[in-house]
Structures are given as structure tokens and as C-alpha cells.
Design a protein around this ligand. Structure first.
Ligand SMILES: Nc1ncnc2c1ncn2[C@@H]1O[C@H](COP(=O)(O)OP(=O)(O)OP(=O)(O)O)[C@@H](O)[C@H]1O
Length: 642
């Protein structure tokens, strides 16, 4: 669970201080004009390490003075700027606080030079990364951090024409910017690379920088056409319970310069880019004004730039703004605007807090036993970030990856594998090879296919065997019927077994184990008595007094009389009575000649009057004596047979 720890709560000595103001530094670039013109055209000069003056355009004989946290003159080195303004905020990252450094100023004033520099004069970005690596290494070896580990990751994006583009993976275009419940600004889906050494950083950063949109204008040969944002995350994780995690984020931002298009000579796409740049910088200025005036609504959402800087301006970060200015007279109004913006920005108060989370012991990887790890890996939706590359908050990509990694195919049902194979076929046909569900190593896939084929053969064999058994059962039955008919010389009008309901209905020709079957065989008209398979039971066809012919001209079916041993009759009667008094609806319905309606009547009667004393009491619910008698006979036969 994430929790905010305010600076007041931390007992951090000097850092226990009050909310942090945005620190503003101004850097004056050297004059780039010809030597001869220099003195005449300069409009700004430094007075000390914090103060500078600029000519008052209303009165050339006057100057206006500005004071900032730091002022770096035209001969200040990259190292001075870095150590004076950026280096002091880096330790905050190790205690889970955010920091941001952004270079602001008109086009051609030296923002990219300050942030990036060149191989001979490295700027803020390479210096900060190098120092962070060093600081975390030192911290990791300190005795108080013996149970902590440190991880550094990087993401790099540009905001080009109001679109967030992933410079580490240019395919990732127009990424969203979101805010989590703790008001942290996130870029879901942005590429994140782990940085273990400066070599790692170079490897990712250099090609990514080449992806940044740069073009030539009349004021700058290599003018940035976008705002570039490098995000460095420092994760400090406790390796023992309670597994605290501190996440500090450092934003290093090289803003595009404000442009006066009468002087840049921009046209077409350059003009469009310039429009987007100026509009986002105008929103930035509105945000600063709103913060200074304490307005209830700060228009962060009016541009992608301000949305991304929400943490840094009036938010949770320790922020440093380096305002770059140019000394040449032709830049006068740009410089004045930049200085005024810087002056009002320094009044902004941020409220840094530590971003700390704790993981339950069970959830921490160190506490997972191998089996739990395997289970976590097998869970299709489980999210596990790769050690080197990952996408921040990217549900779809991580889901795809986890499905590929975590489908434990060897343990899948062959039917599932078959369906997956079919799906893969469809995906392949649609050209979506990267989404294949069975993207597992070839060896494993072949083994699975083999297993699946074997299962199919096994299923076929079982089906064949079942057919054979059914055939045999039918033949045996036919043989029995033939022998019965020859022995008894019986007619086709034999009593159908279906006359006996549920208890006898269990006869299944396909089951190998034959059920006990009662065969009631009709006698011939001459009243021969047939002993049934059950000892003591005889079934006799009643002598027909007269051949009855129905109105339809059909002969009536013969009726039958069952003679049974008295003791069998009595025990059957007892069992039926027991059923009548205690049987459920379903059990009652399983009795011969009892349907739903009668079963309901039986239950209702016994609820009101108590148990039946004898089966004949069924007459109380409207069953005639004759019906009771045939009910008894039919059911006694069924019960004996079952
Ligand atoms: N302090 C400095 N020392 C030496 N050269 C500098 C300094 N600052 C800027 N320059 C040079 O000035 C030129 C313009 O600088 P840069 O490209 O950094 O400007 P920018 O503010 O980033 O412009 P844009 O907004 O158009 O991208 C570059 O050639 C750069 O090397």
C-alpha cells in the first residue's frame, strides 16, 4: 500500500525543513555574434552570483535588476551549473522523493547545451546519471543499507505537437499521461530500461536522442522541435520484512524554446510545430500565474507539457528551473519575457513527500518458496517485470508477455491445446504472429503435439471398444429372447419391460455389468403357468371371457394376474408403506402408477394426518381399492426386481 510521508515526519535533519520553493537559476549564454559587434549589442550582464541587470527598453539609460537563487554568467562552466543547482537535489531521490530539473528559455539560448552538452562539455543529464549511479552504489555499501537494494531505470519521451512519443521505442506514439490515486503523474506503456552502469545509459540514451525531432531555423541550426523529458527512477527496496519500497523520480526536461516566428522564418510544418510549442509554453505560464495567485483551478490539463510537469510545479517534487538567456540585443524581448517568467516561478511552493510502499511478506519475491514462484508464473494474468526491459503500467503488453511465458502447456488438457492450436492458426492467418498463444520453445511444442495426438488415438480406441461392447450386449439379448420364445412358444405380445417404470428402467445394454432383470413372460391363452426368474412369483394371463373389440376395431390388450408368495408380498408391502410415509417427492414419483399429482397428494395428506397405517389408506386421497391393488402388485414386483 502506498503512503505519503511528509518531510515533517521524516526526522531528516536539515531536510526536515518547510515545503520547498521552486529553485530558479539563470544562465547567460556567451555571445555568439562576431567579436566586433559584441560590446554594442549586449543587453544583459551579471552583477554577482545571484543578480543580473538588463537594459530598460523604455529608457536606455536605466537598467532593471533581477535576483534569483543562482546566476551563471557567460563564462560559467557546465560543471558549475550542475554542482551549484542540480547536484544538491539528487539525494532526495534515495529517500523516495521526486525531483525535476527543467531548462527554459527562448530558442537558441542554450537549453540543450545546458541539459545535454557535448562530449567535451557534458551537461546536466550525463552528470546527474553518473552521480546517481555513484550515490546509489555508495549508499548500497553503507552499513545502514545492508538490507536494502537499489535499482535505477530510465524512460525517455518527447512531447511533439501535443503527442507523447516514446524515444526509446519510436513505435510507441501518442502515449497517455495519467495520475494515480497518490497524485503521481505516470505515462502508462512507456518503455523503461534498467541502468546498471553509465555504459547501459549511453547504450539506450544516444540512439533515443537521435529519435528526437530537431530542425534548422534561422535562429538555431539544430533547434529542438519538441519538449524532451528524461525520467530516471530510483527504487530502494528493503529485502527483509516489512519490505518497504521507496521510489524517487527525477525528471530532466529540455523544453523547446519559445519562438518569435517573425524572426525564426518558420513556415509550413515548422510553423505548426512552433504553434504547438508556444501554446504549451503559454499554458505553462498560465499554470505558474494560477499557482502564484493561489487559484483553486490550476490549468495543468490544458497541455501535455503542464500535465507532465504537474508534479514539478506546485506538486511533490524538488524543482529547479534553469532559465537560459541570450545576451544579444536581438534577443532582448525574449530575454525579458524569460526573466519575468523565471521571477514569478521562483514564488511557487512545492510540497515534496516520500513515496513509500510496503509489500506484504507473502507478496515479496524474497519470501516466495520455489513452488509459489512457479504458481505465480503459471497464473495467466500475473505481472512480472523483466529485469532489463519493461513497459510502465502497460496492461496489454505485459498480459501478452505473461500469457506467452506462463502458459504451462505441458499440463494443459489436450482439448485446450487443440483449441489453442486453432486460435494460433487464425492469428497466423491474420498476420498476428507475435500474439501466438503457443509461442513456446519448439521442443516443448513438438512434445505437446505428440501428447495430443496420442490422446486422440486413445480416445478413438475407447470409442471402438464401446461400440464392440454394445454390439455384444445386443447379440446376447437377442439370443436370450430367441431362447425364451422357443422355450415358451410366446407370442409377440410379450409384456414390454417398459411397463415397469424407474426401478426397472436402469437396464442398459451398453453396460458390461448386467443388472438384475425381472422378465415377466405372458402365458398362452391356455393359462399355462410360467415360473419367472424370481422364485415364488407367477404371472398368469387372465382368461378372456369374451374378446372385447374397441370402437376402433382393435382388440383389447390381454390383462395379467400376478400370483406371489405371501411373505414376498408382505415384505414388499412394508417397503412401499415406508416409502409412502418417508419418501421424498422424487422417491414417490419413482413408484409405479404415482405421478407428480399423486405424489403431492401423498405428501400433503401425511403432513396433515400423519403416516399411513397401511397401503390401502391411499384410498383417502382418492385412489380406488382396485387401483391400490394394482399399484401394490406393480410396485412389489419392481422392488423385488431392483
Ligand atoms: N554556455 C554555452 N557555451 C557555449 N556554447 C553555447 C552555450 N550555450 C549555448 N551554446 C551554443 O548555442 C547554440 C544554441 O544552443 P542550444 O541549441 O542549446 O539552444 P536551445 O535553447 O536548446 O535552442 P532550441 O530551443 O532552438 O532548441 C548551440 O550551438 C550551442 O552549442
Amino acid at each position: 500500500m502506498a503512503k505519503r510521508v511528509s518531510m515533517m515526519d521524516q526526522h531528516l535533519g536539515p531536510r526536515k525543513a518547510t515545503p520547498a520553493r521552486v529553485r530558479v537559476a539563470v544562465r547567460l549564454r556567451p555571445c555568439m555574434d562576431h567579436e566586433d559587434d559584441k560590446t554594442q549589442k549586449l543587453c544583459v550582464r551579471g552583477l554577482d552570483s545571484q543578480t543580473l541587470e538588463i537594459v530598460n527598453w523604455r529608457n536606455q539609460l536605466e537598467t532593471m535588476q533581477y535576483q534569483f537563487d543562482s546566476f551563471y554568467g557567460d563564462n560559467a562552466s557546465q560543471r558549475e551549473v550542475y554542482t551549484g543547482s542540480v547536484c544538491p537535489i539528487l539525494p532526495n531521490l534515495l529517500i523516495g522523493q521526486n525531483a525535476s530539473v527543467f531548462a527554459y528559455g527562448p530558442t537558441g539560448a542554450g537549453k540543450t547545451h545546458t541539459m545535454l552538452g557535448n562530449p567535451n562539455q557534458p551537461g546536466v543529464i550525463p552528470r546527474a546519471v553518473r552521480d546517481l549511479l555513484q550515490i546509489t552504489r555508495t549508499a548500497a555499501s553503507a552499513p545502514e543499507n545492508v538490507n536494502w537494494s537499489f535499482t535505477i531505470t530510465m524512460s525517455y519521451v518527447e512531447i511533439y505537437q501535443e503527442k507523447v512519443m516514446d524515444l526509446l521505442d519510436p513505435k510507441n506514439k501518442d502515449l497517455p499521461i495519467r495520475e494515480d490515486k497518490d497524485h503521481n503523474i505516470l505515462i502508462p506503456g512507456v518503455t523503461q530500461k534498467t541502468v546498471n552502469s553509465f555504459g547501459d545509459f549511453d547504450e539506450h540514451f544516444i540512439p533515443a536522442s537521435q529519435n528526437r525531432t530537431v530542425a534548422s531555423t534561422k535562429l538555431n541550426d539544430r533547434s529542438s522541435r519538441s519538449h524532451a523529458v528524461l525520467l530516471i527512477k530510483v527504487l530502494k527496496s528493503q529485502q527483509i520484512s516489512p519490505f518497504r519500497q521507496l521510489t524517487g523520480k527525477l525528471y530532466l526536461i529540455d523544453l523547446a524554446g519559445s519562438e518569435d516566428n517573425r524572426r525564426t522564418g518558420n513556415q509550413g510544418i515548422r510553423l505548426k510545430e512552433s504553434g504547438a510549442i508556444n501554446s504549451s509554453l503559454f499554458t505553462l505560464s498560465k499554470v505558474v500565474d494560477a499557482l502564484n495567485q493561489g487559484l483553486p483551478r490550476i490549468p495543468y490539463r490544458d497541455s501535455k507539457l503542464t500535465r507532465l510537469l504537474q508534479d514539478s510545479l506546485g506538486g511533490s517534487a524538488h524543482s529547479v528551473m534553469i532559465t537560459n538567456i541570450a545576451p544579444e540585443h536581438r534577443y532582448y524581448f525574449d530575454t525579458l519575457t524569460a526573466l519575468n517568467f523565471a521571477a514569478k516561478s521562483k514564488q511557487i511552493i512545492n510540497k515534496p513527500f516520500s513515496q513509500e510502499t510496503t509489500q506484504s511478506a507473502a507478496a515479496h519475491p524474497a519470501m516466495k518458496r520455489p513452488r509459489e514462484e512457479a504458481e505465480a508464473a503459471a497464473a495467466p494474468c500475473a505481472r512480472k517485470k523483466s529485469k532489463t526491459d519493461s513497459a510502465e503500467e502497460s496492461p496489454s503488453s505485459s498480459m501478452d508477455a505473461s500469457v506467452k511465458r506462463k502458459l504451462k502447456l505441458a499440463s494443459l488438457d489436450p482439448g485446450v491445446v487443440e483449441r489453442l492450436l486453432k486460435l494460433d492458426k487464425i492469428l497466423t492467418e491474420k498476420g498476428m504472429k507475435e500474439s501466438l498463444l503457443l509461442s513456446t520453445p519448439k521442443r516443448e511444442r513438438i512434445a505437446l503435439l505428440k501428447k495430443w495426438e496420442e490422446s486422440q488415438v486413445e480416445i478413438e480406441k475407447l470409442k471402438e471398444k464401446q461400440k464392440e461392447l454394445e454390439q455384444k450386449a445386443m447379440e446376447a439379448e437377442a439370443r436370450l429372447d430367441r431362447s425364451n420364445s422357443s422355450d415358451c412358444n410366446l407370442s409377440d405380445s410379450s409384456v414390454n419391460e417398459s411397463t415397469f417404470r424407474a426401478p426397472l428402467r436402469g437396464r442398459n445394454t451398453s453396460t458390461a455389468k448386467a443388472k438384475k432383470v425381472l422378465r415377466v413372460l405372458p402365458m398362452q391363452v391356455n393359462s399355462r403357468v410360467q415360473e419367472t426368474m424370481e422364485e415364488g412369483i407367477t404371472v398368469i394371463e387372465k382368461k378372456q371371457r369374451k374378446k372385447q373389440v374397441t370402437s376402433g376395431g382393435q382388440e383389447n390388450e390381454p390383462t395379467w394376474e400376478v400370483n406371489m408368495r405371501t411373505d414376498l408380498m408382505e415384505s414388499g408391502r412394508e417397503r412401499i408403506l415406508k416409502l409412502l410415509n418417508g419418501g421424498s417427492m422424487k422417491e414417490l414419483k419413482s413408484l409405479q402408477k404415482i405421478g407428480e399429482k399423486k405424489a403431492k397428494l401423498i405428501i400433503g395428506w401425511r403432513e396433515v394426518n400423519g403416516p399411513f397405517n397401511k397401503v390401502e389408506d391411499l384410498s383417502s386421497i382418492g385412489i380406488s381399492a382396485k387401483q391400490v391393488s394394482s399399484f401394490l402388485k406393480a410396485n412389489i414386483l419392481s422392488i423385488i426386481a431392483s
